[in-house]
Design a protein around this ligand. Structure first.
Ligand code: G6P
Length: 436
C-alpha cells in the first residue's frame, strides 16, 4: 500500500461528512490517509463542515491534513480515491422531485420513479465533469459514487467516461447489520446472496462462516414482519412468503404502489421537507466550537452506516484484501439476463484494482422482468442525461414501470424539465452559455 493517501470528497459540505471523517479516524491503522480534501460549491457549508472535521481530527489525534476548497480540480488532483456525494439543486430540487409526480398520480421519490429520473438528469452532467477532472488530474484514482440515484449515476459514469467507478449504497451493510444483530453474531461473518440493481434488490440466500443459514434468516424476517405493521419500509409476511426472498424497502413503491402514493400524498410533508429541517438542526450543532464528534441527530438520516461501507471498501482496495462487498459495478456477464455493460448491485470481489462482480445464479422469473424493465429505463435515462436527448428522455419515462401512460410520461417529463431547467444545461443550452 502506498505511504499515505489523499482522499477527496466532492460534496464535502454534506451533513453526512462527519460520518466519513469519523470512519477515517477509526481506520487509520489500516488506512493511512495523509490528506482529506473537502470540496463544495456552498462556501457556508464548507466552512461549517470543515471546522467540525478539523476539530474531529484534532480530538482523534489523527495526523491527517485537511484541505478545504471550492475548486474541484484542486481537490481531485493527486487523489487515490474520490468520493462523490453531491446533490445538484440541493434539497429544494429534491422536494420538487417528490411533489411534481404526485400531481400526476405517480410516486414522488428522490431515487425511484420520475423523481429519481429528474435527479439523474440534473446530476449526470456534473458527475461526468467530475470524471473528466479525474481523467486529467488523478487518472489512477477510483471514484466511489454515493450520489443518488447511485446505480444509475454509476451506469452513466461507466457508459460515458473511462474512470474506474464503484457505486456504493448503505442498504447492503444495513441489511447485514440487521441480520447479524438478530443472530447475535458479527456482521463480517455473514455473506448475503444479494441480487438486482441499486434500490431494486432482493436477498435470496445467506451464509454464516460459509454455512447455509438461509432458512433461519428468512424465517427471522417473516417473524419480524408479523410483528410490525406492513407500512413504510416493512413488508407483510404473506408478501415475503409469496416471493420467497427479502426485498429492499424501495420495492414498496412497486409492490404496494397505490398505498405508497396515497401515503405520500396524505403525509403532512415530504421526506425532503423533513430532511431540510433535520439538516438545519445539524448545521446549528456543527457550528458549535465545542462539538468534536458526530452528533446523534445524524442518525435520523436514511444514510446510516454509509461511511462504514465507504471506509471498509477503500481499506479493502488499498490493502488488496480480496474481500467480497455488495456494490454497484459493471455486470460483465456475472448476472445472466442483463447486458454485460449494465451496472448491477451484486456481491463483488475487491482488490487493488477495484471491484469485479462474482458470478451469481440467474434471477428467478418473479423478479427478472422488473429488473430488466428498470435497467432498460436506466440505460435510456443515462443516455438522456449525458446527451440531452429529449427522445431518449421520453422513452425512459415510457419504459419506467411506475409511469402509467404515454400522456403522463409526456406531461410529467415536460413539467420536470421545466421545473429544473436551471440545472439542465444539456436540455436548455440557450440558458447556459458556455464560458468563453
Ligand atoms: C437510504 C438510501 C440512500 C438515501 C437515504 C435517504 O439509506 O439507501 O440512498 O440517500 O436513504 O435518506 P434521507 O435521510 O435523505 O431521506
Amino acid at each position: 500500500m502506498s505511504e499515505g493517501l489523499k482522499i477527496s470528497v466532492i460534496g464535502g459540505g454534506s451533513s453526512y461528512t462527519p460520518e466519513l471523517i469519523e470512519g477515517f479516524i477509526e481506520s487509520l491503522a489500516e488506512l493511512p490517509v495523509k490528506r482529506i480534501a473537502l470540496m463544495d460549491i456552498d462556501s457556508r457549508r464548507l466552512e461549517i463542515l470543515g471546522g467540525l472535521a478539523r476539530r474531529m481530527l484534532r480530538a482523534g489525534q489523527a495526523p491527517i491534513d485537511l484541505q478545504l476548497t471550492s475548486n474541484r480540480g484542486e481537490a481531485i488532483e493527486g487523489s487515490a480515491f474520490v468520493i462523490s456525494q453531491i446533490r445538484v439543486g440541493g434539497m429544494a430540487a429534491r422536494i420538487l422531485d417528490e411533489k411534481i409526480p404526485l400531481q400526476y398520480g405517480v410516486i414522488g421519490q428522490e431515487t425511484t420513479g420520475p423523481g429519481g429520473f429528474a435527479k439523474a438528469l440534473r446530476t449526470i452532467p456534473v458527475a461526468l465533469a467530475i470524471a473528466g477532472d479525474i481523467e486529467r488530474l488523478a487518472p489512477r484514482a477510483i471514484l466511489i459514487n454515493f450520489t443518488n440515484p447511485a446505480g444509475l449515476i454509476t451506469e452513466a459514469l461507466h457508459r460515458y467516461s473511462a474512470v474506474n467507478t464503484i457505486g456504493l449504497c448503505n442498504l447492503p451493510i444495513g441489511a447485514e447489520m440487521r441480520i447479524a444483530r438478530r443472530l447475535g453474531v458479527d456482521r463480517r461473518r455473514i455473506a448475503l446472496d444479494w441480487v438486482g440493481l441499486n434500490h431494486l434488490n432482493w436477498i435470496r440466500g445467506a451464509t454464516l462462516d460459509g454455512k447455509d443459514i438461509w432458512p433461519q434468516v428468512f424465517e427471522g424476517e417473516v417473524e419480524a414482519a408479523c410483528q410490525a405493521p406492513a407500512d413504510g419500509w416493512s413488508f407483510s409476511a404473506d408478501l415475503l412468503e409469496g416471493l420467497g426472498m427479502i426485498p429492499c424497502g424501495y420495492l414498496n413503491y412497486y409492490y404496494n404502489r397505490d398505498a405508497m402514493v396515497q401515503k405520500i400524498k396524505t403525509a403532512p410533508r415530504t421526506r425532503g421537507e423533513e430532511v431540510r429541517e433535520i439538516e438545519e438542526g445539524l448545521m446549528n450543532m456543527y457550528r458549535d466550537p465545542n462539538l468534536h464528534q458526530k452528533p446523534a441527530l445524524l442518525e435520523k438520516r436514511g444514510g446510516a452506516y454509509y461511511s462504514k461501507a465507504a471506509v471498509s471498501l477503500i481499506t479493502a482496495i488499498a490493502n488488496d484484501k480480496k474481500e467480497v462487498h455488495i456494490l454497484n459495478t459493471l455486470n460483465e456477464g456475472a448476472l445472466p439476463g442483463l447486458d454485460r455493460r449494465a451496472v448491477v448491485e451484486v456481491p463483488s470481489q475487491i482488490g487493488s484494482r477495484g471491484a469485479r462482480p462474482r458470478v451469481v445464479d440467474p434471477m428467478p422469473p418473479q423478479i427478472r422482468g422488473l429488473v430488466q424493465a428498470v435497467k432498460a429505463y436506466e440505460e435510456l435515462a443515462a443516455k438522456a442525461g449525458a446527451e440531452g436527448d429529449r427522445r431518449a428522455a421520453l422513452q425512459a419515462m415510457l419504459a419506467h414501470p411506475l409511469v402509467p401512460s404515454f400522456q403522463v410520461a409526456k406531461d410529467l417529463l415536460a413539467a420536470l424539465l421545466e421545473a429544473h431547467r436551471a440545472y439542465l444545461p444539456q436540455f436548455f443550452p440557450g440558458d447556459h452559455p458556455k464560458p468563453s
